[in-house]
Design a protein around this ligand. Structure first.
Ligand SMILES: Cn1cc(C(=O)NCCN)ccc1=O
Length: 117
């Protein structure tokens, strides 16, 4: 139907916006702690403390494999990644500071692409 075609277009626009946001995050100077999964041999307690690890490479792969049902589903994974960072790192540590900075950058981009009504 016309409504179904319109909705499919919206989904395509949303997916494209989510892909470009991830690209912008990856290029940010404070993205270095989030580009790949946390190394659990370097940080042996990580697996016990963080029940659901998440990073930009996983988010990018899920986008490419069409595993997000909606933009909200995608946003949830980004917020999980930043919340994991706050759980495991002191605010004034290098990783903790990078997490706060990148979260702020993400939320700004999110609102640019999807202005709250
Ligand atoms: C997200 N996160 C990243 C690191 C890290 O050191 N990543 C840099 C790899 N070169 C440590 C703890 C943590 O929560």
């Amino acid at each position: 139907s016309k409504k179904e075609r319109a909705n499919k277009k919206k989904e395509q626009r949303d997916l494209q916006a989510c892909k470009s946001i991830v690209q912008e995050l990856e290029g940010h100077e404070d993205a270095w702690p989030f580009l790949l999964p946390v190394n659990t041999r370097q940080f042996p307690t990580y697996k016990k403390i963080i029940k659901k690890p998440m990073d930009l490479s996983v988010i990018k792969k899920k986008l490419e494999d069409n595993l997000y049902k909606s933009r909200e589903d995608y946003c949830e994974d980004l917020r999980l990644m930043f919340n994991n960072c706050e759980t495991f790192n002191e605010d004034d540590s290098p990783v903790g500071k990078a997490g706060h900075n990148l979260r702020s950058f993400f939320e700004t981009k999110w609102n640019e692409h999807f202005p709250p009504t």
